[in-house]
Design a protein around this ligand. Structure first.
Ligand SMILES: NC(=O)c1ccc[n+]([C@@H]2O[C@H](COP(=O)([O-])OP(=O)(O)OC[C@H]3O[C@@H](n4cnc5c(N)ncnc54)[C@H](O)[C@@H]3O)[C@@H](O)[C@H]2O)c1
Length: 244
């Protein structure tokens, strides 16, 4: 049990990588508070050992502060919430830019600011921020807003790491390649030719396939565990070779 005795807070835990990570961390003995904006999606966890749930919209600062107040101990925060907008800078709108930066970046700033006092009082903690290979490691076509926001996650991660590395806080980011999650399925289905769209997503993956969410979860477990005790301020790519 690599996470026995640890308390973990996860955002956007209702499906996809967030859900797979909650299940993997709970299986390793962590007590997990799985949060999501959707109460329906959280019903999945009924009866799952070591997992409690709470509705949390990470765009709501007051709600973040209220949830964190209920947790006397937080060893790990996994900031998973995020949204993808398609298009180049020529298709970008201010509304999409603001929404993506609020959900992908500002929510992490708010979550970290809220949990840090609890972590510092306990002598340390691990913060895991969801970036993406897109933007933070590699430029990809038609992901202008998404890439810019996920690159900002890396800057935020390194800034927090630099300020608190001497106080037992480790702050790292993970950068997945394309993962076959419900939101990816929705985006594929929104293309005029979904079959071709899926083929195109697969074609940019050198392994010739997309990742499953359960293949990203082990890096989250590692960063939540004491095995990663010397890792701080880094971006962990797990991308099927897309950035080779
Ligand atoms: N799927 C991929 O290919 C991929 C690749 C790299 C990075 N990521 C990142 O991983 C994260 C999760 O993506 P996914 O594809 O696994 O999941 P997903 O997009 O399928 O699910 C997103 C979850 O976020 C929740 N959510 C949406 N708005 C929220 C809000 N305001 N507050 C709280 N929860 C909210 C949804 O209810 C849902 O449960 C995102 O940050 C995404 O950018 C995904």
């Amino acid at each position: 049990m690599r996470l026995q005795g640890k308390t973990v807070l996860v955002t956007a835990a209702g499906q996809g990588i967030g859900r797979a990570s909650v299940l993997a961390m709970a299986a390793e003995g962590a007590k997990v508070l799985a949060t999501d904006v959707s109460s329906n999606l959280l019903e999945f966890y009924a009866g799952v050992a070591n997992v409690h749930t709470a509705v949390l919209d990470v765009l709501d600062k007051a709600a973040i502060l209220a949830i964190v107040k209920t947790m006397p101990r937080i060893d790990t925060l996994f900031n998973c919430a995020g949204v993808v907008h398609n298009g180049s800078i020529l298709q970008a709108t201010d509304d999409d830019w603001n929404f993506a930066f609020n959900l992908n970046v500002r929510s992490q700033y708010w979550m970290i600011q809220a949990v840090l006092p609890t972590m510092l009082a306990a002598g340390g903690g691990s913060i895991i921020n969801m970036a993406s290979v897109c933007g933070s490691v590699k430029g990809l076509p038609n992901r202008f807003i998404y890439g810019a926001s996920k690159a900002a996650v890396v800057g935020l991660t390194k800034a927090v790491a630099a300020d608190f590395v001497g106080k037992g806080i480790r702050c790292n980011a993970i950068a997945p390649g394309t993962v076959d999650t419900p939101s990816l399925g929705e985006r594929i289905n929104s293309y005029a030719d979904p079959v071709q769209a899926r083929k195109d997503f697969v074609a940019r993956q050198p392994m010739g396939r997309l990742a499953q969410a359960g293949e990203i979860a082990p890096i989250v477990v590692y960063l939540a565990s004491d095995e990663s005790v010397f890792a701080c301020g880094q971006v962990f790519s797990i991308d099927g070779g897309i950035t080779i």
